[in-house]
Design a protein around this ligand. Structure first.
Ligand code: SF4
Length: 368
C-alpha cells in the first residue's frame, strides 16, 4: 500500500492569525508566532534552517510540516530609463507583473492585485486579458519581498502603488491582508500607510474600507462626461456612473485627512480638449484633491494615441490656472511595456504581434 504524504504548508501563505493557530497546534509558546513572522517578512528568509533563534529541534520539526515558497521571476527587463519590469511565475502557471521605478533615491514599486482584470478600460493592455484570477495576499506581498531582495543592500523601496494589473478594490480581502503585512511594525515590513497608494477605476462600495486602512486612494477618472466615461470604462461606469463616483469622492474627503488623487489618461482627440480641461476643474471643484495627467502610453494593437506636447501643455495650463494641483506624470518604462496601462504581456510577445487586437475598434473621438 502506498503511503499518502501531506503537502508541506507554505508559511508565507498564512495570515498572522493562521500562523498563531499553527504555532499553537505544534504546542509551541505564543511568542514563536512573531519570531517566525519576522523571519519571513523582516529578514525575508527562504529557508527554515536560517531561523536561528529557533532551536535545531524546532527547526527540524518545522521542516517536517512546512516550507517557504515565494514565486519566481523571469529575468527582469530593464528599460532605457532604468525602470524594471518583473514577470512572476505563479504556482498555477499564470504570470503577473510588477514594475520598479527608480528616481534619484526613491524606489517606487507598482504592484498588481489580479492576473488580468475584471474591468475593461479601453486604453489598457491588461483589460485585453480579461480576468484570469485574483491574487492571494501572499502573492501581493511576495512582489514586494522579492523586489526588495533583488535590490542592492542599501537601496530600499520608498513607495508602493497598486496601479499594476487588476482592480484592487474588487480583490479587497487579500489586498487588506497584504497591506496588514506590509505595514505591521512589530513583525511585518513596516511601511507607513502614507507611502502606499491604492488606485481604483471607481469601485465605490469599498471606499470606506480603504479609508479605514489609512492608505492613499487614487481614482482613475479619465473622462469629464458620463458618456465619455461610459465609452472608455464601460464595466465600472455601468455600475457606478460619473455622478455616483464624484459623490463618493466628495464623501470620502469629508471623512479622510488625506486628499484624493485623480489620474487622468490623456487620449488624443478623445478627452484632451480645452473644454475637457474646464469641465475637469468644475467636476473636482468641491473635492480636496490633486490631479495627475498621464499622456497615453501607446502599445501595438490599440487605436488610441498620445496627444501632442502642446495639447498636453494647454490642458495642464487650464487646470493649473483654475487653482488645482496638477502634475504631469512622466512616462516610464514604455520600451519594455512597463508604463501605465501597458502591463499584461511581455514586450516581446506584444511587439511580435502582427494582427490588430480584435477587441479594439476605432478610438472614441470627441464630437466637437
Ligand atoms: S485600467 Fe486598471 S481597472 Fe481598468 S482594465 Fe486596466 S487594470 Fe483594470
Amino acid at each position: 500500500m502506498t503511503q499518502q504524504t501531506t503537502p508541506l504548508l507554505n508559511l508565507i501563505a498564512l495570515s498572522a492569525d493562521e500562523m498563531k493557530s499553527f504555532v499553537q497546534g505544534l504546542g509551541w509558546p505564543r511568542y514563536r508566532t512573531n519570531q517566525i513572522l519576522r523571519w519571513l517578512y523582516q529578514h525575508r528568509v527562504l529557508d527554515i534552517e536560517a531561523m536561528t533563534n529557533l532551536s535545531k529541534a524546532d527547526r527540524a520539526r518545522l521542516q517536517e510540516v512546512a516550507t517557504i515558497h515565494r514565486m519566481l521571476s523571469s529575468p527582469q527587463k530593464i528599460a532605457t530609463d532604468g525602470t524594471g519590469k518583473f514577470v512572476w511565475n505563479l504556482e498555477d502557471g499564470l504570470a503577473v507583473e510588477t514594475v520598479l521605478i527608480p528616481e534619484g533615491h526613491r524606489r517606487t514599486l507598482c504592484l498588481s492585485s489580479q492576473v488580468g482584470c475584471t474591468l475593461d478600460c479601453g486604453f489598457c493592455l491588461t483589460a485585453e486579458m480579461g480576468l484570469k484570477r485574483s491574487l492571494r495576499a501572499h502573492e501581493i506581498v511576495g512582489q514586494v519581498l522579492n523586489v526588495q531582495t533583488s535590490l542592492p543592500e542599501r537601496e530600499h523601496l520608498t513607495s508602493l502603488v497598486f496601479m499594476g494589473m487588476g482592480e484592487p478594490l474588487v480583490n479587497f480581502e487579500p489586498l487588506a491582508e497584504a497591506i496588514q503585512r506590509l505595514t505591521n511594525i512589530e513583525w511585518g515590513l513596516g511601511f507607513s500607510p502614507r507611502r502606499i497608494t491604492v488606485s481604483t477605476a471607481g469601485w465605490i462600495p469599498r471606499f470606506p474600507d480603504i479609508r479605514r486602512l489609512g492608505v492613499n486612494l487614487a481614482i482613475s477618472l479619465n473622462a469629464t462626461t458620463n458618456e465619455q466615461r461610459a465609452r472608455l470604462m464601460p464595466a465600472v461606469n455601468g455600475r457606478y456612473d460619473l455622478s455616483a463616483l464624484l459623490e463618493a469622492c466628495r464623501h470620502y474627503t469629508q471623512f479622510s485627512e488625506r486628499p484624493l488623487t485623480f489620474e487622468y489618461v490623456l487620449l488624443a482627440g478623445v478627452n484632451d480638449s480645452p473644454e475637457d480641461a474646464k469641465r475637469l476643474v468644475s467636476l473636482l471643484s468641491r473635492i480636496r484633491c490633486k490631479v495627475n495627467l498621464i499622456p497615453f502610453n501607446e502599445f501595438p494593437g490599440n487605436p488610441f494615441r498620445r496627444p501632442a506636447p502642446d495639447v498636453i501643455e494647454t490642458f495642464q495650463g487650464i487646470v493649473r490656472n483654475k487653482g488645482l494641483d496638477v502634475f504631469l506624470r512622466k512616462s516610464r518604462g514604455d520600451d519594455v511595456l512597463g508604463a501605465c496601462g501597458q502591463l499584461g504581456r511581455s514586450a516581446s510577445e506584444v511587439l511580435s504581434q502582427t494582427t490588430t487586437n480584435k477587441r479594439r475598434t476605432l478610438p472614441i473621438y470627441a464630437q466637437s
